[in-house]
Ligand binder design. Sequence first.
Ligand code: BES
Ligand code: MN
Ligand code: MN
Length: 462
Amino acid sequence: MENIKSYVQQHKDRFISELIELLKIPSVSADTAYSQDVIDTAEAVKVSLSKAGCDLVEVCDTPGYPIIYGEKIIDPNLPTVLVYGHYDVQPPDPMELWTSPPFEPVIKTTDIHPEGAIFARGSCDDKGQMYMHVKALEYMVQSNTLPCNVKFMIEGEEEVGSASLAWFVERNQEKLKNDVILISDTGMISNQQPSITTGLRGLSYVEVEVTGPNRDLHSGLYGGAVANPINILAKMIASLHDEDNHITIPGFYDKVQELSAEERAEMAKAPFSLEKYKNALNIADVYGEKGYVTNERNSIRPTLDVNGIWGGYTGEGAKTVIASKAFAKISMRLVPNQDWHEITELFTKHFTSIAPAGVTVKVTPHHGGQGYVTPIDSIGYQAANKAYTETFGVPAIPVRSGGSIPIVSLFEKELKSKTILMGFGLDSDAIHSPNEHFGIFNYLKGIETIPLFYKYFVELSK
Ligand code: BES
Ligand code: MN
Ligand code: MN
């Protein structure tokens, strides 16, 4: 498929400017102030799929944001690839840390991206990666090389838990029937070393509220005599890890799938420099569960992290006060075969039980999902590996990621098909952070690699 290379070279300026237009719409799903923008983005995705060559494109209404469904069916007897992606993005804050505004995309060079990267919220996660699939379709339709059927399902609530997508998948199993699901919403090791994500962590996300006295109190008149909800919350959170950084919730590890020594040795072969890792984050040392190395701590091991904590006086100057309430948002990243409902229950029970009598505790679950692992001997994995090998010149390495795409395990359950995670982002692309960016190299390489996946998937399916 030498042609895809020249097609990309010929059309790259347009590919980049089309993506830039999409990135200008602030489709922040978490914040209702942006709801019209989210809907406008759905419409823009619809138009782009029609232009790229889908024969049918629908804006499917759901209880939440619409799902864009598109298809091009060339022969019902041929395999069908279902492409999933999301057009919503994370909130951009803290705004003041962006070197250029999050919804005014600009191309800047970095050490890792000497050929330039597009800086904008959603450039990598996931508008840029999703749009590679739209442009790959355009190429296959224009060059008459689409070797099978293709369906697109692009949602607008991934960053807030995909509730409407679960609703949609349950109701549209026939429409979504496929032989493999293809997603670009993960990363790879480096621009020289591609990798295929073979695992995702599950998630349980909760909010906790600790209430002490019925009103904010003078910290001199009452301090020392009543439970301070912020002190108590800090103590309770600290007790959730022991001195070896194991999580102390009873039953938390019961269902954790342990890896064999062989599997861990295989994992250790992936290129990784602890020095570079520390330097990139400007930290003197790493920190984590005893008995595991960094690459294991952030992929095959479950974790518990506070994502936000607040309460009391945080304004200018000093105010002497004991707050009535303290709050925290806590995420637990889970691994196969932990069940997120069960973990949420274990957390709730334990967290409530460790509170002293002077406070009351409320735990509110937000969302969650199961973890995922996929074998490397499937046709889909082999096809992806052949595609990467051809465009990068080296085979891809299988890697289990620490991130979560909860819908992937639901796809397997409801649609009975495997997902192939062909990611083109880099960890340094700062997804969810200020200054998110996506390399031009990565964007164009993705567009180049995807049609080869289709080609090899169809060949290997015969
Ligand atoms: N694309 C990410 C997940 C991801 C990124 C997986 C990089 C592997 C490598 C996705 O958009 C995401 O942010 N997921 C959330 C979970 C969701 C339920 C909010 C996450 O992992 O925090
Ligand atoms: Mn994503
Ligand atoms: Mn994300």
